[in-house]
Design a protein around this ligand. Structure first.
Ligand SMILES: [Zn+2]
Length: 614
């Protein structure tokens, strides 16, 4: 549900699914054994899939053990297995590129070659030493981020603590500014040289694979040209921007009321450090500052409801399974219950970030969570199980199609199910008394709370890769790295740094996904797709009320349609998968706008007399 856990579950999925593999005898590998003909390409792809299917199981087992039992030994085993996986991916991607232009390729073979070519986030070129140098740089960047510290009142503070403190409403504006500036200066600035070097190397690798640059390669995974993809994301943003501008204006007014003109003016951009998040990417932490009078409190808390009935983490997972079963999905396999990690073990170190796993690409699906009995984790369980049901639905696809329709789909499924945790759903499963369902006058609070995370995120979700696309295509150069980032933050988010940026600043480096080299547009897509899925399900269920109150719990017709999309995996262009469930091939922002329509109207009234935008 949270971005951090979202990123990690994506990692788990990619570790467990699409990868290339080879057996113990590398000399028998597909690389050179097949002629450069259509049939040769088909044989190559078949060999790769077989190899991958075998290797991926052991790799997933090793990673599972590492994540649920962290020791130096399991770290070493995982590092070795993952390095082997990367080598295979690189070797197969280079080989796949050589088959790409052969005439008469079977459509599936062509699609799989493209998937192989696209399967690496940062490709190293084949020149001697380049792979090692790239690996050294990316490891250094990622470890620099991991060790990063900021300061609070002059004292060092770790990354996870500073993130939490940015969301703590007890601090003064000076303290927020100190945390913001120290984090960006300490973590980001030292990475700039390495980052620039990395860009150069990876671009050479992308060119060898037949792409203009790494950014174009990233945008080639969406069944359209990179230019069309850029245009589509821009169109979606422009449809949603009016809603964001209203939210921005309203929040700015409330921040002005709280802090005064000196700190936050009533016009222009918002100071980046006042929004409860280091990157101003989700604003839910400051919801108490902006909550509408009288409508801010729903009158119940899911965690309290669960506690009142003595529910355990395991009970919560059963509730999650119950949602999917109500749609007609098969129960989770016995091994899910035996092998998942539901709570933090008392006696060992584990990675607590919630994630969903598919160990054997068949039925051995699992979740890994340090579940606590609270509302957040109740939602997260529904989200993580979405990944598992998706994985199981496409298990009969060929190996290279064991994935979401595009990388936004996997996250969107879980989030879409989580949107259905409405008060009525809680009544249906016996957690909430019918008389406690909040009345319609609480809707604005409910919607505003959602919007502070989901709507506020949109421009950030887009600009992270806008910046990288520019860096990789050379329109943003090292001298303008930081100014371009600051400009994008201002243009898209309407956000400005709280302090002057030094000449050597490298603010993008202070965001995990930049040194971590995780593509980011998937999160932007997922935010929009989840509402499109939700709207489709509610229409199929014949829902007549306001969209945000809809629950399709228990509707088997919705489940059957959903499954038709899920079982396709990535075997077809994503518009076809979208069409199978929603009836349209177009990504659209309209369902999200419809969901938030009552809030939009309310915000417009609140913003009367204010200067909108920045
Ligand atoms: Zn997820």
């Amino acid at each position: 549900m949270k971005l951090a856990s979202v990123a990690l579950s994506a990692l788990a999925i990619s570790l467990a699914a699409p990868a290339l593999a080879q057996d113990a005898a590398p000399e028998e590998q597909a690389q050179t054994a097949y002629p450069h003909t259509a049939q040769g390409a088909a044989d190559f792809v078949a060999a790769v899939e077989k190899d991958f299917a075998e290797f991926s199981v052991g790799n997933a087992q090793i990673n599972w053990v590492n994540y649920t039992y962290i020791t130096e030994d399991t770290d070493a085993l995982a590092a070795a297995s993952n390095a082997e996986l990367t080598e295979k991916q690189v070797a197969y991607a280079i080989e796949a590129a050589k088959y790409a232009d052969i005439a008469g390729l079977d459509a599936d073979v062509k699609r799989k070659l493209d998937i192989l070519r696209n399967g690496i986030v940062l490709p190293a070129p084949t020149t001697a030493g380049a792979a090692a140098e790239l690996s050294t740089i990316t490891t250094a960047l990622s470890s620099q981020y991991g060790k990063g510290q900021g300061t609070l009142n002059g004292k060092p503070i770790s990354g996870s603590d500073i993130e939490a403190e940015m969301g703590n409403l007890e601090h003064t504006p000076a303290e927020y500014a100190e945390m913001w500036a120290s984090w960006h200066d300490n973590v980001g600035a030292p990475m700039k040289g390495d980052y620039a070097k990395m860009v150069g190397i990876a671009n050479q690798g992308a060119e060898e694979l037949g792409f203009d640059n790494v950014g174009a390669m990233w945008r080639s995974g969406y069944d359209m040209s990179p230019e069309e993809f850029t245009a589509m994301t821009e169109r979606l943003w422009n449809e949603l921007k009016p809603l964001y501008v209203e939210l921005h204006t309203y929040v700015r007014t409330r921040l002005n009321q709280k802090y005064g003109d000196e700190v936050q003016a009533t016009t222009g951009p918002i100071r980046a450090d006042l929004l409860g998040n280091m990157w101003a990417q989700e604003w839910g932490n400051i919801y108490p500052l902006v909550a509408p009078q009288g409508a801010g409190d729903l009158g119940y808390d899911i965690g309290d409801l669960l506690a009142a009935k003595d529910k355990t983490p395991l009970d919560m997972v059963h509730y999650g399974e119950g949602f999917y079963s109500s749609l007609g999905m098969q129960p989770l396999p016995e091994t899910f219950w035996q092998r998942s990690m539901f709570v933090k073990p008392a006696d060992r170190e584990v990675v607590c970030h919630a994630s969903a796993w598919d160990i054997d690409n068949k039925d051995d699906i699992r979740i890994k969570m340090c579940t606590k009995v609270n509302a957040d984790d109740f939602v997260t369980i529904h989200h993580e199980l979405g990944h598992n049901y998706y994985q199981r639905a496409y298990k009969d696809q060929p190996f290279l199609y064991l994935n979401g329709a595009n990388d936004g789909f996997h996250e969107a499924i879980g989030d879409f199910i989580a949107l259905s945790i409405t008060p009525q759903y809680l009544v249906d499963i016996g957690l909430l008394d019918k008389s406690k369902v909040p009345s319609a006058d609480k809707d604005i609070g409910l919607l505003l709370r959602q919007a502070m995370d989901k709507v506020a995120f949109l421009p950030f979700g887009l600009l992270v890769d806008k910046w990288r696309w520019g860096v990789f295509d050379g329109s943003i150069v090292p001298d303008t790295y930081n100014q371009a980032w600051v400009d994008l933050k201002q243009d898209y988010q309407g956000i400005v740094p709280p302090v002057e940026r030094p000449a050597d600043a490298f603010d993008p480096g202070a965001k995990y996904h930049i040194p971590g080299n995780t593509p980011y547009t998937r999160y932007f897509l997922a935010r929009i797709l989840q509402f499109q899925f939700y709207k489709a399900a509610c229409d199929q269920a014949g829902w007549k009320g306001p969209l945000h109150r809809c629950s399709f719990y228990g509707n088997k017709e919705v489940g059957a349609k959903l499954n038709a999309m899920l079982e396709m995996g990535s075997s077809k262009p994503w518009p076809e998968a979208l069409e199978a469930f929603t009836g349209t091939e177009e990504m659209s922002a309209k369902p999200m706008l419809e969901y938030f329509a009552p809030l939009m109207q309310w915000l417009k009234e609140q913003n009367k007399g204010q200067t909108k935008g920045w």
